[in-house]
Design a binder for this molecule. Structure first.
Ligand SMILES: Cc1ncc(C[n+]2csc(CCOP(=O)(O)OP(=O)(O)O)c2C)c(N)n1
Length: 623
C-alpha cells in the first residue's frame, strides 16, 4: 500500500478514499500550483499534513507556514504577480487577519492566478465564532466556490485555479469543517510530473497598475465588477450548478454541504421538490436562478449561517418581476449552528409538513449517557505548572487576567480561573492595556502563546511599551504552535521545510527595549511565583517568559526512540494526607480520587514528568 505522499504523486488515474483536505492537495498538484502558503488553524491543518507527506525534494510546489494569515496572503499574492499560480489556505477567522491585504486583490492583476482556500467553521467546532465568509466575497468582489464533499473539493479547486488564472484574479474556495474532514472515494485524473518550475522572475509593473491609489482606484474597481459578469457567464458555461429532479411545483435552492443534508432528508419524501444546487454563492448565476424561480410556484432557500443567498435571490425575483413564493430563513429558522440532516429535517418539516414528517421523538430512556469531557490541558503541560505557580503570586481577589488564543486559553477553567477575557489572536496585551487605564488598585496580567507572539502579539507589546501601560505579560513559551498540531514558528529553530535560525523571543523583547524581562522554566514553580511577585511589584510594563516544551510533542518524540521506557509517578498511600492539592489545585487529569478520599494515578495518562511532585504538601507523590 502506498503512503500518502506516494499516492498524491501517482501519475496514472486512480481512486482512493480520502479526506476533503487531502483531495485538495492532489488538485493543487494537478492544476500546476506553484506556491502554497498558510497559517495553521482548524479545520485546515490536514492540508499541510498531506503536503508534508510528500518529501521536500519531490514536492511539485513551494510551501510555507507564514507568520500569520495576512503575511501568508501577501506571499501568495507576490508569487501570483510574479506569474505563479499561488494558493493560500487558513481558517475562517484567518480572513479577518488577512483582510487588509485580501480586500485589495480584486483591484490588482494577479497574473499567475490566486486561490484563497477558507476553512469556515459553522458550529464553531474549533473557532471563537461561526462567521460566514461569503460576506467577504461580496465585499471584495471575489468569486467564491463552495464544494459539498471531497470529490467537489478536488473538482472545484481545479475550476477555481483555472478561473483565477484565466482572469488573472483571486478566487475563493470555501470549505467548511465537515467538507474538510469528510472522507469518500474520489476518482483522480492522471498527472504528468510537472516541468521544473520556471525560476526566471516574470514580475512586470506593466501588468499592473499595482499601486491602487487615487486615479487608479475607479478604473480598477470597474474592471473588478466587469470581471464578475464574466464569472457569471463562465459558471453557466461550466454547468457547475445543477438541478436534481424534474417537474415538481416546489423547488429548493442549496449549496455546499447543506445540499447533502437536504438529499438525505428528502430521499424518501413523496413528491420531492426539485433542487437547484449552486456551486458559486457569489456572484450568483442569475439566469439559472431566475429560470428556476420562474418554473416553480414555491421555492425554499436552504442555507447555513447567514441569509446571503436569500437576500440576493429575493432581490433578483423582485427585479425580474417574478411572483414565485420564496421562503428563506428569515421566517422559520435559527441562524445558529450547522445544518445537519436532523436540523434540515426540522426546517423542511416546518416548511412543508405534508412532505417531510417530523423527526420521531427519541425515548430518553434509550439514550446512553456519555460523560462530559471538558477540554483540558494535557498531563505534564507546562502551562498547568505556570498557572499553578502564577496563582500563588496573585492577590486572592482583584487581579484581572486576560487570555489569548492557544492551549493556555484553557486556564480560564476551574481550578485556575486565569484568563477572564478572550477576543482573538494577539489581543491580550492590548485588552490588558485598556484594563490598566484608570485602575490604580487591581493588577492586570495578560497571557500570550509563543506562536501568537509572532502572529499578532507584537503590535500590542510595542503599544504597551510605547504608551507605558502598567501590566505583566506572561509569554507561555512551549516552542511550538501546539493547539493546531505542533507547527513550527519563528522561535522554533525550524520551518516547515527544514532547519532555520531561531528568532528568540527574549532577543526580540530586548531589541524592542523592554526594560523588565524575567524568564524561567514553568516546572520551577516556586521561582516562577517569586518572579511574578517581582514583576507585579514593578507597576510598569514587564514580561515574564514562562517556558517549558510542549510535553505532548516531547513525549510523542520520546516514544519513537528505541529503548523508550514509559514512566509514571506514584502515590505513597502511607504518606498521602488526603489534602488533594494534586486533584483540586494542580488538577492534572492523571490523578483520580476514590470515594474513600484516596488518590491513584491513571498510568494511561501519566507521563511521569514529575511536575506534580512539588505540589503535594505531604510529599506523597514520588517517581
Ligand atoms: C486568526 C487565527 N488564526 C489561527 C487560529 C487557530 N489557532 C488557535 S490556537 C492556535 C495556536 C496558538 O499557538 P501558541 O500561541 O503557540 O499557543 P499554544 O497553543 O502553543 O499554547 C492557533 C494558530 C485562530 N484561532 N485565529
Amino acid at each position: 500500500m502506498k503512503n500518502m505522499g506516494e499516492m498524491l504523486l501517482t501519475p496514472t488515474p486512480f481512486s482512493e478514499i480520502v479526506m476533503g483536505n487531502t483531495a485538495l492537495v492532489r488538485a493543487m498538484i494537478e492544476a500546476g500550483t506553484q506556491v502554497v502558503t498558510s497559517y495553521p488553524g482548524s479545520p485546515t491543518p490536514e492540508i499541510a499534513t498531506a503536503i508534508q507527506s510528500i518529501p521536500l525534494d519531490e514536492r511539485p510546489f513551494y510551501f510555507e507556514f507564514s507568520t500569520n494569515e495576512k503575511v501568508a496572503a501577501e506571499v501568495a499574492f507576490g508569487a501570483s504577480i510574479n506569474g505563479h499560480l499561488a494558493t493560500v489556505f487558513f481558517k475562517s477567522v484567518g480572513l479577518n487577519v488577512a483582510a487588509d491585504a485580501f480586500i485589495q486583490f480584486s483591484l490588482l492583476h494577479c497574473i499567475g492566478g490566486l486561490v484563497i482556500v477558507l476553512g469556515d467553521d459553522p458550529g464553531a467546532n474549533s473557532s471563537q465564532n461561526e462567521q460566514d465568509n461569503r460576506h467577504y466575497a461580496r465585499m471584495s468582489y471575489t468569486p467564491i466556490l463552495e464544494p459539498a464533499n471531497p470529490t467537489e473539493v478536488y473538482d472545484y479547486y481545479k475550476e477555481a485555479a483555472h478561473l483565477a488564472r484565466s482572469l488573472g484574479k483571486a478566487v475563493m474556495l470555501r470549505l467548511t469543517t465537515h467538507v474538510c474532514h469528510a472522507k469518500e472515494r474520489v476518482a483522480f485524473a492522471g498527472w504528468q510530473s510537472a516541468a521544473p518550475i520556471d525560476r526566471s522572475p516574470r514580475f512586470d509593473p506593466a501588468n499592473g497598475p499595482y499601486i491602487p491609489l487615487v486615479a487608479k482606484v475607479y478604473p480598477r474597481k470597474r474592471e473588478a465588477l466587469a470581471a464578475l459578469e464574466k464569472v457569471e457567464q463562465w459558471i453557466d458555461e461550466r454547468g457547475l450548478h445543477r438541478i436534481v429532479g424534474n417537474g415538481s411545483e416546489r423547488g429548493l435552492i442549496t449549496s455546499g454541504m447543506v445540499h447533502l443534508s437536504a438529499l438525505e432528508v428528502l430521499t424518501d419524501a413523496p413528491g420531492r421538490p426539485d433542487i437547484l444546487k449552486l456551486a458559486m454563492p457569489y456572484p450568483l448565476p442569475k439566469r439559472a436562478i431566475a429560470a428556476f424561480l420562474a418554473s416553480h410556484l414555491e421555492v425554499k432557500i436552504l442555507e447555513e449561517l447567514d441569509d446571503t443567498l436569500e437576500t440576493e435571490i429575493k432581490a433578483l425575483a423582485y427585479d425580474q418581476g417574478l411572483t414565485t413564493r420564496i421562503v428563506g430563513k428569515q421566517e422559520l429558522e435559527d441562524w445558529v449552528g450547522e445544518y445537519t440532516p436532523d436540523k434540515v429535517r426540522d426546517i423542511l418539516h416546518r416548511t412543508w409538513p405534508d412532505l417531510v414528517p417530523a423527526r420521531t421523538a427519541i425515548d430518553p430512556a434509550t439514550l446512553v449517557p456519555v460523560p462530559l469531557r471538558p477540554a483540558q490541558m494535557c498531563p505534564g503541560c507546562g502551562h498547568r505548572s505556570a498557572f499553578h505557580a502564577i496563582k500563588q503570586a496573585l492577590p486572592k481577589e482583584g487581579a484581572i487576567t486576560v487570555a489569548d488564543i492557544g492551549c493556555h486559553t484553557l486556564g480560564f477553567q476551574e481550578p485556575y480561573l486565569l484568563g477572564e477575557v478572550l477576543l482573538c489572536m494577539g489581543a491580550s496585551t492590548g485588552i490588558a492595556s485598556g484594563l490598566a487605564l484608570f485602575n490604580d488598585t487591581r493588577p492586570v496580567v495578560a497571557f500570550l502563546g509563543d506562536s501568537t507572539f509572532f502572529h499578532a502579539g507584537l503590535p500590542g507589546i510595542i503599544n504597551a511599551l510605547f504608551n507605558q501601560h502598567n501590566l505583566v505579560l506572561v509569554v507561555m513559551e512551549n516552542g511550538t504552535t501546539a493547539m493546531t498540531g505542533h507547527q513550527d514558528h519563528a522561535a522554533s529553530g525550524r520551518n516547515v521545510n527544514g532547519p532555520a535560525d531561531a528568532i528568540p523571543i527574549r532577543r526580540v523583547l530586548e531589541g524592542l527595549g523592554v526594560q523588565h524581562i524575567f524568564e524561567t522554566d514553568t516546572y520551577r514553580q516556586k521561582e516562577l511565583t517569586e518572579i511574578m511577585r517581582q514583576a507585579l511589584a514593578l507597576k510598569a510594563f514587564s514580561v515574564v517568559i514562562a517556558r517549558h516544551p510542549c510535553m505532548l510533542l516531547f513525549t510523542r518524540n520520546q516514544r519513537k526512540k528505541s529503548g523508550y521506557v514509559a514512566r509514571h509517578v506514584r502515590i505513597d498511600q502511607e504518606a498521602c494526607a488526603r489534602i488533594h492539592a494534586c486533584v483540586e489545585a494542580f488538577a492534572c487529569p492523571s490523578f483520580a480520587r476514590a470515594a474513600d478520599g484516596s488518590v491513584t494515578v491513571n498510568r494511561e495518562l501519566c507521563i511521569g514528568d514529575g511536575s506534580c511532585l512539588q505540589t503535594c504538601p505531604a510529599g506523597a507523590i514520588t517517581r
